[in-house]
Write a protein that binds this ligand. Structure first.
Ligand code: PNS
Length: 170
């Protein structure tokens, strides 16, 4: 059995150009890519799960074999329910490796689900969502770091600091 349907899981709070790069490259290699937003800890984030999904759908609109979904609980259960045989993860640097390898080994142990690692484009190897949020929060320029729609939504959100969906943010 080959790897036909894969999942790109993450928090995507918000989706960055680094995520989009991995999703696009995964879509060239696999028949179907499901981008899955983890909802377990989403309440603590900046964007609601629905907002994250909407941004992901917009930035992957031109990729017919990419679908966006959410999951709660264990990723391997989501994989089992959706006939997914492999998880695709991007590795930015060696510092990502230990954490990702542990998760990959545990996911294999739990349910024989494989993890495929893709090396991040060096253009984006310094990029993470929390850094983008922080830069935006202090008025920095995030134009080259996130898709246009994300920049727009971030600036909108920050201009409304009373927004209740940001209450648990850290
Ligand atoms: O973007 P992130 O925060 O690095 O994404 C992490 C995520 C959501 C992929 C990871 O935390 C996850 O898979 N969570 C689901 C819970 C789970 O399956 N835990 C066991 C992992 S071995």
């Amino acid at each position: 059995m080959g790897v036909h349907r894969v999942v790109c899981p993450g928090s995507f709070d918000p989706v960055t150009n680094g995520h989009v790069d991995i999703i696009r490259r995964a879509a060239l290699l696999h028949e179907e890519v499901i981008v899955a937003v983890g909802a377990n800890l989403a309440k603590r984030g900046m964007f609601t799960v629905e907002e994250r999904v909407a941004m992901l759908r917009e930035v992957t609109r031109d990729l017919p074999n990419v679908k966006v979904d959410t999951f709660r609980g264990l990723l391997v259960d989501f994989c089992r329910e959706h006939g997914i045989s492999a998880i695709v993860k991007g590795l930015r640097a060696v510092s990502d490796f230990e954490y990702e390898m542990e998760m990959a080994q545990m996911n294999y142990r739990l349910a024989d689900v494989e993890t495929l690692f893709m090396t991040a484009n060096p253009l984006y190897s310094f990029l993470r969502s929390s850094r983008v949020r922080e830069i935006a929060e202090y008025g920095g320029n995030i134009k080259s770091l996130v898709p246009d729609v994300v920049e727009k939504r971030l600036l909108e959100k920050l201009s409304r600091p009373e927004d209740p969906s940001r209450s648990g943010e850290h």
